[in-house]
Design a protein around this ligand. Sequence first.
Ligand SMILES: NC(=O)c1ccc[n+]([C@@H]2O[C@H](COP(=O)([O-])OP(=O)(O)OC[C@H]3O[C@@H](n4cnc5c(N)ncnc54)[C@H](O)[C@@H]3O)[C@@H](O)[C@H]2O)c1
Length: 345
Amino acid sequence: MTVRFGLLGAGRIGKVHAKAVSSNPRATLVAVADAFDQAASDLASQYGCQVRSVAEILAASDIDAVVICTPTDTHADLIEQFARAGKAIFCEKPIDLDVERVKSCLKVVDAEAGTLMVGFNRRFDPHFMAVRDVIDRGEIGTVEMVTIVSRDPGAPPVDYIKRSGGIFRDMTIHDFDMARFLLGEEIESVTAQASVLIDPAIGTAGDYDSVSVMLQTATGKHATISNSRRATYGYDQRIEVHGSKGAVSAENQRPVSIEVANASGYTRPPLHDFFMTRYLDAYAHEISSFIDFVESKSPASPSGIDGLIALALAEAALKSVKESRTVKVSEITGALADKSVFQGR
Ligand SMILES: NC(=O)c1ccc[n+]([C@@H]2O[C@H](COP(=O)([O-])OP(=O)(O)OC[C@H]3O[C@@H](n4cnc5c(N)ncnc54)[C@H](O)[C@@H]3O)[C@@H](O)[C@H]2O)c1
């Protein structure tokens, strides 16, 4: 028996997830929906599935689970509708751009006892998982400091930037989640710097393109994040974790891993060009884990709460920039920060 999927949104990430679902032997891609018929029918014909409307997928008795790959401002409404319809839900990050809206959405999921997994795909990257395994085996002692470098090859169109919620909610949100995943403690405070160094149009749209963030836990552990919307040399994705007994790092990955040495020096092929290729394995593992949660009916991880906390960290970072000060996460999350909600360690 396979898990039968509907996929909503046949855009950039929808195509990636359609491939992950279709290539998993424990899944069947039954139908695709998109606001643009052509986008849905192109993807459906590629994977031999049906085109249906969102309403038809919602009402379908032959669909167990949905993958939500539509724009962010549709996520919370769709999650609520599909939770009420009793479907298991995988939703791309972020759940919404507003912390209060995420909280109200998660209440509906809780009330329906629904399965909700949020798309923090980097937790499923084999290299980053290996880093976490080293930590869990105690090989570097107690984690003290995490360094994350995450730079896109180029900025998205300004129209995208305007709807994205800004760099912290759109891009750094992955790194906030990764920092929590590696530190193993909740973040207590956020200090951020942000500038427009690449394209003045990004500033005119009210956003930043270059940010540095420092996170601190209650016990004084740190994570430092460096984000840029430009890296001339490809998709720059590196992490390093420093502990009491050593350090572990994951360097950049390449489609072809060779090094040429000659009289001109040492050269290596370019990095992956972007997330669709760099994280291909991660997306496949992510969907496979979602299927595990659906089959076992156990709570999914990363959960809705993980999505909420990462968004709260994004809001804290933005507040830190606007007010030129360190911001306590509890200023954003209120009572939530007092609860032990951390999952996954
Ligand atoms: N985890 C990741 O690595 C990752 C990467 C990229 C995007 N994302 C997230 O995925 C989401 C989609 O991003 P994208 O870059 O794929 O966007 P996109 O614009 O390429 O694709 C979105 C698709 O959804 C369709 N759509 C819009 N409204 C719809 C609706 N109401 N019902 C059905 N279809 C609808 C659009 O026609 C479009 O084809 C965003 O929330 C983004 O943050 C995550």
